[in-house]
Design a protein around this ligand. Sequence first.
Ligand SMILES: [Zn+2]
Ligand SMILES: [Zn+2]
Length: 412
Amino acid sequence: MFKRVPGTKDVLPDEAGQWQAIEAASRDTFSLYNYHEIRTPVIEEAALFNRTLGLTAEIVQKQMFLIHNQQDVYVLRPEGTASIARSYLENNLDKTSGFIKLYYIGPMFRLERPQKGRLRQFHHIGCEAIGSQEAILDIEVISLAARLLKNFAVSDYKIKINSLGCPKDKQTLSLNLKQGLQKEKQNLCADCQLRLENNILRILDCKNESCQKIVKTLALSNTHLCPDCLDHFKEVTDGLSSLNIAFDVEPQLVRGLDYYNRTVFEFTHSNLGSQDAIGAGGRYNNLIKELGGPDIGGIGFAFGMERLLLASKITGEKPLSRMVYLITLGKTAKNAGIKILNQLRLSGIPSDMDYLNRSLKAAMRAANDSGARYVLILGEDELKKNVISLRDMSNSTQREINIEELTEELKC
Ligand SMILES: [Zn+2]
Ligand SMILES: [Zn+2]
């Protein structure tokens, strides 16, 4: 028998209700903030991510789901932001609207060793607001994320926030770190020894214990920020406080992708152990320019759907409360039954039937299991009289009604 590819997951019908509830809450909330949906392809040119995430990013180095054909190298998208920036420019959205707010829901792919909490196909719910560098946008985006979490019935989460500053400040930060970490080189994990040379910021969020110990001794603060970036960050934190949004400033928070600058943030949840992030995001003022577009800022975030589901108390859609279940006895009745079901569904009444030629008793049991409110029983005798038996499962009463009156009867 075939098995699913390692690191992928089937969402079965009894879980799908929860997925739908989260997706519905997302769409409602994004609409409330006037975000519009964008759907980009799941395959992109690999070079798009090499260019934007940075060649030293873990995703680019180790996790790209590459597809080679004769001339091109494609990749199953590992994240949403670069694709949306590509689409924004390719479709001239910078020229038509200047400032735009977009959201997306869909699968992402990373080729990594499957382990608990890490899938090769996972799902993101995210947004991007492109075209402004204003701190007020950072405030809105973070408050939108907090509102989403509330609507997903996620509580006990934490917002961590930091500012990387402009590219110059990032360089200062990297240099400071290099000075502080060089003498500890032999005590860092093997990955971090490499990062020391090519992706030093990433050492700050290494999960290795001895690396974390060393990072703690650095006594990080925001001394790398220039006056402009310091002002911007203060505006953001003041704005969040004015909206009563609780957050922790976390100088260790860097996010490992090249395109981030200034505000970065992360949402963590206590239920999730060491991989405790349920979502993250940040500002990327150079991303659009890096891709050949104008010099405009952007900011966005994404939640991991599978992580959200572990933290969310949202319940799936309730079973249909007015479901009708039809049982027919005999071939003539079955043929008449098809028409009756068709009529009910045309009138918007959810309905189903027995497809297995079960006995009346077994079919009644199936009707009961399906959660149907009403059961219709149609046999040859009823058909001759042009009536149908209608049983109300909520009070176990049964009566015969005219077939023509059935739809009216069930509508109310
Ligand atoms: Zn700066
Ligand atoms: Zn390390």
